[in-house]
Write a protein that binds this ligand. Structure first.
Ligand code: CU
Length: 622
């Protein structure tokens, strides 16, 4: 079957792409296929129909320590572009993570450092390798591909390794030679014994609650959505479900059927980067700034879902097809969950004469879960009958902790005996290629302003709405503003609703968090995108990665801060919004030993897109 141009690469296509690179450029032993992804067609070519099907590939040649970027035509089974990218590195692969683990755990220096702490059973040791910023690379090894590793210890087989950090021991590993190049050992401290277990059999003295009765979700007539390949339709919504190794879930061609016509809302929505700086300068944490999307890939970290635990009801699952660093495809079964949920009351009114009219809200949820070492990110895109779209992220899993002797460092919260969890931030950059009823859109900053008391406003009640169209990229750099309740409307001046005003969708800024980074900070240098809540750029096919295409060991953000220097026009054109949100995680004792979900979200809401409440016709409950 011919794939849709936006469908993810199939296993056969991944094999074809890898084979072409082996055949034409000798990509084989000594290389890594870091990323093989669909080279998404230009929007114009997509509309014209039958765009060429291509893959974009990030490669690493280990012997030369040289990144390469390739484009492979799948239709013609040949490489159409192949270039070295000096001074850059592709994402770190799962294979490198495992190979580093194998190498480090048998290194005599590691064994010795652990033995000095009384740790001799290597089966209980977890070595967790991270990528890190160029500013912290050891001077003499700057040209290498380096990882740094924490070491953790399980109390017994199956126990939580993150319960017991091996404080003060860090390993710098060459990810090509797979050898330990530096061992950093602050020496053993008198280790406390925190209770860091969450698996029931290991939690001392715990009995599980037994007073909850069964709760079933029954949909005897089946689900109300239809899934045809990757095309999902439900209650007037239609969208295509995509997936790739770097971003994980991608939603394409999101539209709402209205008056017999599908009106576009978004061409593409995904998470394009995630930056997690730990705000603790001590040696245990100074390197700990993860770029979970650019360095590792949310798709590669995706874990399959289980019915009855992760999702309830009539579920449709989609598998994901990814690849290892040799270019061989593999599956993640049940990577994406699609289901409906009851979400309480949608609208209601009680009238003395008409009685009660009440409608229940149903929502369509498209979700995936990623496990990034100790942490879990659960991502939910929800579509509502009233035209709203909600993007929710739940963070859970195990927090990073450190033991201390003497006084507690001030950079975190005490969560157990002489154990603190550092303050950190999870910044997520959502890339939102919105198309409000067509591509020619303008983003308008919409702010409330209380007018001064005066003859026209004697009681000081007057509030007016200020609309500032953002005409260039510089104006498009917007910050969250509590005082004016600012939001951003994406309007189409060329399409009017029945009231005569332009149609639009509003980005309602939830979970905006400040960077709290000095301009000189290497983290801000690498992730300049964090400096603003919102960026707006004109659509450009190649502009996908807000911190740059290749972020591993990068010193500069080659994405948004670089593109926007030109200060291009963004009015009445095809715009892309980059929304920075996340969690400012001041840790709590209640987040330990496993963290109840911390939930954040933002919304996209129609604003004059419809003439009135589009959910007026939702029928009462059965
Ligand atoms: Cu956190």
């Amino acid at each position: 079957m011919t794939p849709h141009p936006l469908d993810p690469l199939s296993a056969d296509e991944i094999r074809l792409v890898a084979a072409a690179l082996r055949r034409e450029h000798g990509v084989g032993d000594g290389w890594r296929f870091a990323l093989i992804d669909l080279h998404e067609p230009e929007k114009g070519a997509l509309k014209a129909g039958g765009p060429p099907r291509e893959a974009v590939v990030h490669l690493w040649k280990r012997a030369d320590r040289m990144a390469h970027r390739a484009v492979v035509s799948i239709d013609d089974e040949r490489v159409v572009a192949f270039e070295a990218v000096p001074g850059a590195q592709p994402n770190v692969t799962i294979d490198e993570y495992h190979e580093a683990d194998v190498a480090l755990r048998k290194d005599p220096r590691v064994i010795e450092a652990l033995a000095a702490r009384g740790i001799t059973d290597m089966d209980l040791v977890l070595i967790d390798t991270w990528a890190f910023g160029a500013h912290l690379l050891p001077e003499e090894h700057r040209d290498r591909r380096l990882g740094w590793a924490d070491v953790w210890r399980r109390a017994e087989h199956g126990a939580n390794p993150y319960a017991n950090p091996v404080t003060g021991l860090h390993l710098i590993v060459d990810m090509d030679a797979m050898e330990l190049v530096e061992i950093e050992d602050d020496g053993a401290i008198d280790e406390p014994a925190p209770m860091g277990e969450y698996v029931p059999r290991l939690v001392p003295g715990q009995t599980q609650r037994s007073d909850l009765r069964r709760y079933d979700v029954a949909q005897p007539d089946g689900a109300s959505f239809t899934l045809d390949g990757n095309l999902l339709t439900w209650q007037r919504w239609s969208l295509r479900v995509g997936f790739n190794g770097r971003e994980g879930l991608v939603l394409h061609t999101v539209g709402y059927e209205d008056g017999g016509r599908v009106r576009s809302v978004a061409h593409r929505m995904s998470f394009a980067e995630m930056v997690v700086p730990y705000r603790d300068p001590t040696t245990d944490h100074q390197r700990r700034t993860a770029f979970d999307i650019g360095e590792w890939g949310m798709g590669f970290m995706t874990t399959g879902l289980e019915l009855g635990c992760d999702c309830l009801g009539e579920i449709a699952y989609l598998d994901a097809v990814l690849h290892d660093s040799a270019g061989e495809p593999y599956d993640i079964p049940n990577a994406i969950c699609i289901h409906e949920e009851d979400a309480g009351v949608l609208w209601k009114h009680v009238d003395e004469q008409a009685g009660t009219e009440v409608r229940r809200m149903r929502r369509l949820v498209v979700s995936f879960h990623a496990t990034v070492a100790n942490y879990e990110y659960l991502v939910y895109w929800r579509f509502y009958e009233d035209g709203n779209i909600e993007c929710e992220v739940r963070a859970t899993g195990i927090m990073v902790t450190t033991h201390f002797a003497g006084e507690q460092p001030p950079y975190g919260t005490l969560v157990d005996e002489r154990t603190y969890a550092p303050t950190h931030q999870h910044f997520i950059v959502a890339r939102l290629d919105l198309d409000a009823d067509g591509e020619e859109n303008t983003v308008v900053a919409s702010s409330s302003e209380a007018l001064p008391v005066g003859p026209e406003n004697p009681h000081g009640l007057a509030v007016v709405q200020r609309s500032d169209p953002l005409r260039t990229e510089r104006a498009g750099m917007q910050d969250y503003d509590w005082a004016s309740q600012r939001s951003w409307k994406v309007v189409n001046e060329r399409v009017r609703n029945g009231l005569g005003t332009p149609v639009g969708y509003k980005l309602v800024p939830g979970a905006a968090i400040p960077p709290m980074l000095d301009p000189s900070s290497p983290v801000l240098q690498r992730a300049g995108v964090l400096a603003h809540t919102l960026w707006v750029t004109p659509y450009e096919r190649g502009e996908r990665w807000p911190c740059g295409e290749l972020v591993v060991q990068a010193t500069q953000d080659l994405g948004l801060p670089a593109w926007t220097i030109a200060d291009r026009p963004i009015a009445d054109t095809d715009v892309v919004l980059w929304y920075v949100f996340g969690i400012h995680h001041v840790t709590r004792p209640e987040d330990w030993p496993v963290m109840p979900v911390d939930t954040v979200s933002f919304w996209l809401k129609p604003v004059g897109f419809f003439d009135r409440n589009p959910a007026l016709d939702v029928a009462p409950p059965h």
